[in-house]
Write a protein that binds this ligand. Structure first.
Ligand SMILES: [Zn+2]
Ligand SMILES: [Zn+2]
Length: 252
């Protein structure tokens, strides 16, 4: 039964047949996570959740998405106690700080001293994110489910093999996880199949973008758009993932 928790949404994502089923899943998970943080369940009023957001904070991308979502009061409450936690850490970090000796080499190369603890602390804050963490946990389960279905469900396998492939970002993650979930025999089949799939679909995107450009030629003014009308956003998604043409996800 627990299996269905992941197999059904994964099947749905594949059946969407857009540029990358993992982008589709990632978007859904991200929206669920933002809805959980700021939506009508008001999870930010629960002390255990707030303790976590106070400690972990949010990355730049998700701060922006939280702002776009709306709920000024909810956002401000989350921010207020996060600030209080941060200020304590800040004074601890800076209280005993002494700058390291700058060597001539590091100054010529304009490199910061490697042992700058305050710089390291501030940098670490950039990638500490409650939404990213939640997303990651669920996403890992989908990766596991993907390989489970790819090896056990022939219908699923065929759909992947004949589908539109993945964005380059998720293709990379897929290869990384293939080494984890597939045995040598399965890998010998998986890699040639997935490489051919990716190449065919990257080629398709290159052609879609090219025809989009050609459509700007006045001689092609009345020619059919073919599949190129939204080639720009799909072309961008195929390279880096995500949905460039999506409007901001907002509170209902
Ligand atoms: Zn993707
Ligand atoms: Zn994040």
């Amino acid at each position: 039964m627990k299996e269905k928790l992941y197999t059904i949404p994964l099947n749905d994502a594949v059946n969407e047949n857009d540029e990358c089923p993992f982008c589709f899943i990632e978007r859904k998970l991200e929206q669920d996570m933002i809805n959980f943080v700021l939506g009508s369940s008001s999870s930010y009023m629960e002390s255990d959740i707030r303790e976590q957001t106070d400690n972990i904070g949010f990355c730049r991308t998700h701060m922006k998405k939280m702002f776009d979502f709306g709920n000024t009061l909810g956002n401000s409450l989350i921010l207020k106690t996060h600030y209080q936690k941060l200020l304590k850490e800040f004074s601890q970090q800076t209280a005993h700080f002494t700058p390291g000796k700058s060597s001539l080499i590091s100054r010529i190369k304009k490199q910061p001293s490697e042992s700058n603890s305050v710089a390291a602390w501030a940098l670490q804050k950039d990638c500490s994110c409650y939404v990213c963490n939640g997303l990651q946990q669920n996403f890992d389960r989908y990766m596991e489910t993907f390989f489970y279905m790819y090896t056990k469900d022939s219908q699923f396998h065929e759909k992947i093999k004949n589908g539109k492939g993945f964005c380059l970002h998720h293709f990379g993650l897929l290869c990384e996880n293939a080494d984890r979930y597939l045995n040598d025999k399965q890998k010998a089949e998986f890699y040639p199949e997935i490489f051919a799939l990716m190449e065919r679909n990257l080629q398709r995107l290159e052609e879609d973008v090219s025809w989009l450009i050609d459509k700007f030629d006045y001689r092609n003014k009345d020619a059919d758009w073919k599949t190129s009308k939204d080639a720009l956003q799909r072309g961008m998604q195929k390279l880096r993932g995500g949905y460039p043409a999506d409007p901001p996800f907002k509170q209902k």
